[in-house]
Ligand binder design. Structure first.
Ligand code: ATP
Ligand code: MG
Ligand code: MG
Ligand code: MG
Length: 468
């Protein structure tokens, strides 16, 4: 059975043989794009190659790219613990053509790799194309996909965009049917969000560029950008539909069970999944120097860390545990990503400090949450004021509160939360704080809102929120 590390190599070697330059993963904090929170796909480092602004000495490239999807257009934080296929951190395998080959080569490359090298049975595969893309439809037919397995999709699922601006284009996706023992339906059907038909690979035909005013133009060059989730293809090749049952995740889940002194499987398994996933995203971010804070990227990191810590606490942990899992991660991924080993001490220390800090208020916050939601039933809504108190006094990020209530079917009044936040802000301004630190922080927050939009992240730096 091929390991995650084997599969990564097979992919890169296959495209190297087809004349692609093997390029290193770029950092998670994008160097070339201030509008993007984290690198969310393989194309980010090549963004300007598609528009022709950036020229390299190669026109074909292949990468295994570190990605984080925990904010912005692509946000999978809320999916972790609920689907078999989403992570906050994952590796995206990709091949790229910058004005070199287009659909006619990209589709046969992909088909040959998955049905040849990876030997995936053809009768389990489905593809989708953008509804108007007859050309892609015909190429799939030509490589041997029966017509009834090529599904035309009219939604944005088959028009890929990195964010609100930048290069984009119609795409074609490859799905694998894991069988009728798993709930879900083919793409385009009402049950498509299930985990039966899993999207493994997305091939984007980069031919457009979108601007901030919403307009879109044709690019001079026609390029290719593809992305395949390493953990998803690994699951398939290891005989499971579930990313969290692959070699790496099993190892991390066992480690999580050991440090929390709990059972790895059964009811407790969901908590270990969240912990294993969040351990990866947080460790990779810290290794790049992102540290937990109350604004911007640091606040996204803090939200992920605290979400993991609540799940550890649900497993009975009363002392910090996350830092104890770092060696397990380094042992599995350190060879492919040396920054993990280099940053190990910083990662461990950051986890331990944050968890020590959060544990001081976690229990009291959970008690307040229990009291406030005890009488609520499925379909009820927790008042925004309460969620704000949990945030402001106990350091509970909003999405942690939402995550805690989701199993009971209770939602949070997010408008009320925002209103409470705003009221507090205005109060502290009216308090005549003048040009002191808290006023400066408020300005930073509003600058960020202007840049990313209000629901992107909650970056208030208040006196009470600080020090939690
Ligand atoms: P899905 O519809 O399953 O959420 P997507 O269409 O959002 O996936 P793309 O943006 O097309 O994903 O990304 C390319 C590939 O990266 C996907 O085909 C999938 O294999 C993988 N991928 C995307 N999001 C995740 C994630 N959160 N965790 C693991 N793999 C992912
Ligand atoms: Mg998605
Ligand atoms: Mg999709
Ligand atoms: Mg996709």
């Amino acid at each position: 059975m091929p390991s995650l590390n084997d599969i990564r190599s097979t992919f890169l070697n296959y495209f190297a043989k087809q004349g692609h330059e093997v390029v290193d993963s770029s950092p998670l904090v994008p160097r070339n794009d201030p509008t993007l929170m984290f690198t969310n796909s393989g194309m980010v480092q090549f963004k300007n190659c598609f528009t022709g602004v950036d020229r390299r000495d190669y026109v074909r490239a292949t990468t295994a790219q570190k990605c984080v999807r925990a904010g912005g257009k692509h946000n999978d934080l809320d999916n972790v613990g609920y689907t078999a296929r989403h992570h906050t951190f994952f590796e995206m395998l990709g091949n790229f053509s910058f004005g070199d080959y287009f659909k006619n080569e990209a589709i046969p490359f992909a088909w040959e790799l998955i049905t040849g090298e990876f030997d995936i049975p053809k009768d389990k595969l489905y593809t989708t194309v953008y509804h108007t893309d007859d050309e892609a439809f015909e190429i799939w037919k030509k490589v041997g996909v029966p017509e009834e397995r090529i599904i035309r999709i009219a939604t944005s699922d088959n028009f890929w965009q990195m964010g609100d601006t930048g290069p984009c284009g119609p795409c074609t996706e490859i799905f694998y049917d894991h069988g009728d023992h798993i709930w879900g339906g083919p793409p385009g059907s009402p049950e498509e969000d299930g985990d039966r038909f899993i999207e493994i690979w997305n091939l984007v035909f980069m031919q457009n560029e979108r601007f901030a005013d919403g307009s879109m133009v044709d690019l001079d060059m026609q390029s290719i950008d593809t992305g395949m989730g390493l953990e998803r293809i690994a699951a398939l090749l290891q005989g499971t539909h579930d990313n969290y049952e692959t070699d790496l995740f099993k190892y991390l889940i066992e480690a999580s069970a050991t440090v929390t002194k709990s059972e790895p499987y059964g009811d407790q398994n969901v908590h270990h999944r969240v912990i294993a996933d969040h351990l990866r995203s947080c460790s990779f971010l810290i290794a790049e120097g992102v540290l937990p804070s109350n604004e911007g990227r640091g606040y996204v990191l803090r939200r992920i860390m605290r979400r993991a810590m609540r799940h550890a606490s649900l497993l009975g942990a009363t002392d910090p545990v996350m830092h104890k899992l770092v060696p397990a991660l380094v042992s599995q991924m350190g060879a492919a990503y040396p920054e993990l080993g280099q940053g190990q001490a910083l990662i461990e220390e950051t986890f331990e400090q944050e968890e020590t800090r959060f544990l001081k208020t976690l229990d009291r916050g959970l008690k307040l949450l229990d009291d406030a939601s005890g009488d609520l039933e499925k379909g009820d809504v927790l008042p925004g004021e309460t969620a704000f108190k949990l945030y402001d006094t106990f350091g509970f990020p909003l999405d942690l509160t939402q995550d805690a209530l989701r199993a009971k079917g209770i939602e949070v009044d997010t408008d009320g939360f925002d209103a409470a936040m705003k009221a507090q802000k205005e109060q502290s301004r009216a308090g005549g704080l003048g040009l002191d630190a808290s006023r400066m922080d408020a300005k930073t927050y509003f600058d960020i809102v202007d840049e990313f939009g209000p629901t992107e992240f909650l970056g208030y730096e208040t006196e009470t929120a600080e020090g939690q």
